[in-house]
Design a protein around this ligand. Structure first.
Ligand code: CTP
Length: 416
């Protein structure tokens, strides 16, 4: 496996991007750039209506390939272009898709190069509709979408918000972040398909008074990377987060502040979960007394705060587990293997991800991590310094090798 296989899912993949004629067509230019930045080669097919909104020159300049617009004659690239495109395509994406193109795709029509190519492809297919709110809500459009969904098209639902026609509602092209995420999921291994994964992230904050808390330096980036990677690999992900970061697309976000709330959030969802990954930096202690109003310095000579231990979340979950697979993290400053190995055993974990936070490139807030994966038998695997999304992919790879995962005990077929 390449050094950054997980991060570069789209590298060297050919994405055939169909652009149909809606105002959101201008956003497809930026989408092209993002896909190319991810390492993909993008070949653009435009309908005639799309060319009313944006010039093929924009796309040919961005992609470095001529834009194909016709079945015959100039702009066709030859009579078998749809077949050549279909053979080259690792992914076929229509963005934006108008109501008209949805209707044609649902009916199996092939009266232009985009719809003809759509019939010829033999690769994952995605569609990102964009139109006026009333058009999108129409039964004809919804039924066409349902039909396409049943036939295996991935539907990237539109966002809600202000639309070009001046109204507000559902119909705006999905954010480009969501479209890129959907492309990545379409081409990522689906070895977590339908597994229910709970990920915790960020540093919990334990209040002292209404304006102060005891916290830690955790950014939440590692947990967010794990949530994103698990979703890309097919999981149904809930992210229980004490971090301030914006959530990755398509994961179910449960914001929490305190350790007790994180525990409650997990307990509520634990029975239905298959895998729990505790990437959060949970406060080990909290103030016994939380002042109802701001502590004023003139009222205090010095301030002594009495702390009590928080619940150990992983240990608490381990006591009531059925077959859930539990993964912990260990942020250490010394004796990495011994300390993390001890936590693995003490908390009844299936895997622990240890990192020495004093090493440059491994600490809180860093974009990278240097992790050691430790298994119950004492075996361990040292990973090099990698971007956190890549580390997340490696952790998920390790999870798939664990007996509890392979036996499917943590899988969808598990009896409840
Ligand atoms: N953890 C937890 N509940 C806590 C504290 C930690 O579930 N109250 C989890 C963390 O999310 C992490 C693992 O336990 O996955 C190890 O966390 P860490 O803080 O490194 O270990 P502790 O057990 O708290 O030990 P110490 O702080 O003494 O190193």
């Amino acid at each position: 496996m390449g050094q950054e296989e997980g991060v570069r899912i789209l590298r060297d993949k050919t994405i055939v991007l169909g652009v149909s004629g809606g105002i959101a067509a201008y956003k497809s230019a930026e989408l092209c750039r993002l896909l190319i930045q991810e390492g993909a080669a993008v070949r653009v097919v435009m309908t005639r209506a799309a060319q009313e909104f944006i010039s093929p020159l924009t796309f040919s300049t961005l992609t470095g390939h001529p834009v194909l617009t016709e079945i015959f004659g100039a702009g066709s690239g030859g009579p078998l272009t749809h077949i050549d495109l279909a053979r080259a395509a690792d992914l076929f994406l229509v963005a934006p898709a108008t109501a008209n193109i949805l209707g044609k795709l649902a009916a199996g029509l092939a009266d232009d190069l985009l719809t003809t190519t759509a019939l010829a492809v033999d690769c994952p297919t995605l569609i990102a509709p964009a139109m006026n709110v009333n058009m999108f809500a129409k039964a004809a459009v919804q039924e066409n979408l349902n039909l396409l969904r049943r036939r295996g098209w991935g539907i990237i639902e539109p966002d809600e918000g202000f639309l070009a026609c001046g109204t507000t509602g559902k119909g705006r092209l999905a954010s480009l972040e969501r479209i890129v995420a959907a492309c990545r999921r379409a081409l990522a291994p689906q070895d977590f398909r339908e597994r229910r994964v709970l990920v915790t992230a960020g540093g919990t904050r334990e209040p002292l008074d209404p304006v102060r808390y005891i916290g830690n330096y955790s950014s939440g980036k590692m947990g967010y990377a794990l949530a994103r990677a698990a979703w890309e690999r097919g999981a149904r992900v809930t992210l229980i987060s004490a971090s301030q970061l914006p959530p990755p697309p398509e994961v179910d976000l449960v914001p929490v502040v305190k350790a007790a709330e994180m525990l409650a959030g997990l307990q509520e969802r634990f029975a239905a979960a298959d895998v729990v990954i505790m990437a959060a930096a949970v406060a080990d202690f909290r103030p016994v007394q939380v002042a109802g109003r701001k502590i004023k310095k003139e009222d205090q000579g010095e301030l002594n705060v009495h702390l009590e231990p928080t619940e150990d979340i992983l240990a608490t979950l381990a006591q009531v587990r059925q077959n859930q697979l539990l993964v912990g993290f260990a942020a250490e400053t010394e004796d990495l293997l011994a300390n993390a190995g001890h936590k693995l055993a003490a908390k009844g974990l299936d895997l622990i991800v240890a990192n020495n936070i004093t090493r440059p490139g491994a600490g809180f807030g860093s974009e990278t991590n240097i992790a050691t994966l430790i298994y119950p038998g004492g075996q361990y695997q040292e990973l090099p310094q990698l971007p956190k999304l890549e580390v997340a992919y490696r952790i998920l790879d390790a999870i798939t090798t664990l007996p509890r995962f392979q036996r499917g005990e943590s899988g969808p077929e598990r009896k409840e």
